[in-house]
Design a protein. Structure first.
Length: 392
């Protein structure tokens, strides 16, 4: 057993690294990126500024931000052959699977993103990914909906360009309500990093083998896809729609969530670290009210969500286990109001999380961390002689 006597399932009590990027205090519901409070960044910064802050550690000057954006624009196209890969997927393919494949395939088109040892090599790979990822996100969605692809517009800011590539209408000038861009920008900031969560830990351990940036991010996309992690934002809306279709009886579903025999979980509730309100959920809940009001949208499932939250906060089972709404509980209501299809919700989480994954991958490489290779406590058979077929 290599001298080990205890293991830590789910790494509930294991620290995997030292990091200077994101600070969480689960008891007090605090989240800071490089020391800046998430509340300030969500209110006052742009997603591109937060991308720069997470990766390089400081809020950019005007000049630094302009250069960073220009370097990204140099890379905001993908090899035309990517269309052949996109069209090769069945329409039933989940966008997260398509995106994980395309991101990893980028290495095939950009092999220089594998052996990145110098800071300059890393920077080049990073701006390549930040340029190409929004294109892959938009093209994945449009291909699934059999819509013509949009190549973006360099005169737009980073989030507007993503939105244009996703939603522009052929043969008509691209226009968008600033409410939508502001909401999207805020949501992407709120999802940008979250220290050593499941998908970020995946990016770090894959990156520790020097598999390269794109392959590491591709692995992170697959980890994020799970309904216990980023896939929860899609699962929340499906759950809320199910409750609505079943007459909106939230008490019945609260009972199911507490019934150990019933596999049903209240999706969007609970968190490994936050034993208080997830600060992101608070901001998103308010943004959901604001966006729906500004866009004049009534969404019945928002009332159901608020009803569930109210009941849970007064329910002994939930209170005892310190289960509060997390980042995924209200985000889908905004994505839906922005016209994003539900199967793309987790892709939007990935779009937001890419800067955090990049920052954590870069920190791990710059600190020259060793390849991740934990041990185990062996509980299998002791040594035994081979059995011939006739003896089995
Ligand atoms: C994200 O790690 C991160 O930072 C993730 C994330 C990020 O930004 O990267 O914040 C994003 O993934 C948010 C979480 C999204 N997932 C969900 O909303 C799915 C529903 N939530 C649960 O599956 C759960 O709460 C987790 C996965 C979020 C946390 O799981 P843990 O820490 O392993 O907790 P657990 O499953 O051991 O639960 C502890 C107790 C159990 O009851 P007991 O065995 O003690 O009696 O709480 C219960 C659980 O049954 N419980 C729930 C519940 N979540 C936990 N019961 C009903 N509904 C729930 N949602």
């Amino acid at each position: 057993t290599g001298g080990l006597t205890t293991i830590d399932p789910g790494f509930k009590n294991t620290g995997s690294c030292e990091s200077a990027i994101t600070f969480l205090n689960g008891e007090e519901g605090i989240l800071r990126y490089r020391g800046y409070a998430i509340e300030d960044l969500a209110e006052k910064a742009s997603f591109l500024e937060v991308i720069y802050l997470l990766i390089f550690g400081e809020l950019p000057t005007e000049e630094q931000l302009t250069k960073f954006h220009n370097d990204i624009k140099e890379e905001n196209h993908v090899d035309e052959d990517v269309k052949k890969i996109l069209n090769g997927f069945p329409k039933s393919a989940h966008p997260m699977g398509v995106l994980a494949s395309l991101t990893s395939a980028l290495t095939a088109f950009n092999p220089d993103a594998v052996n990145v040892d110098s800071e300059e090599d890393m920077y080049n790979a990073i701006v390549k990914l930040l340029g190409k990822f929004p294109v892959l996100v938009a093209w994945t969605m449009r291909t699934k909906k059999s819509k013509p692809l949009d190549y973006g517009d360099d005169s737009l800011n980073y989030v507007e360009n993503l939105h244009k590539m996703m939603f522009s209408k052929p043969n008509s000038e691209y226009k968008v309500d600033s409410t939508i861009i502001e909401a999207l920008d805020k949501l992407l900031i709120l999802h940008a990093d979250h220290e050593q969560n499941c998908s970020t830990s995946t990016v770090r351990i894959v990156g520790s083998s020097h598999a390269g940036l794109f392959a590491s991010i591709s692995a992170g996309i697959s980890a994020l896809w799970g309904p216990l992690h980023g896939g929860a934002n899609q699962a929340v809306i499906e759950m809320l729609e199910g409750i609505k279709a079943d007459g909106g009886d939230t008490k019945k579903y609260m009972a199911k969530a507490k019934d150990k025999e019933d596999p049903f979980r209240l999706m969007g509730f609970g968190h490994r670290v936050y034993k208080n309100f997830d600060p992101r959920a608070k901001i998103i809940k308010k943004a959901a009210d604001d966006v729906l009001e500004q866009l004049g949208i009534e969404d019945e499932v928002l009332a159901i969500a608020k009803g569930l939250e109210k009941e849970a906060l007064e329910d002994e089972y939930f209170v005892k286990r310190k289960l509060y709404p997390n980042v995924d509980f209200y985000s889908g209501i905004i994505y839906r109001a922005l016209g994003i299809p539900v199967e793309m919700f987790t892709v939007m989480f990935a779009m937001g999380r890419v800067p955090g994954w990049i920052a954590q991958w870069r920190e791990m490489r710059l600190r020259k961390e060793p390849i991740g290779r934990p041990r185990q406590v062996y509980i299998g058979e002791t040594h035994r002689p081979f059995k011939a077929m006739s003896e089995r």
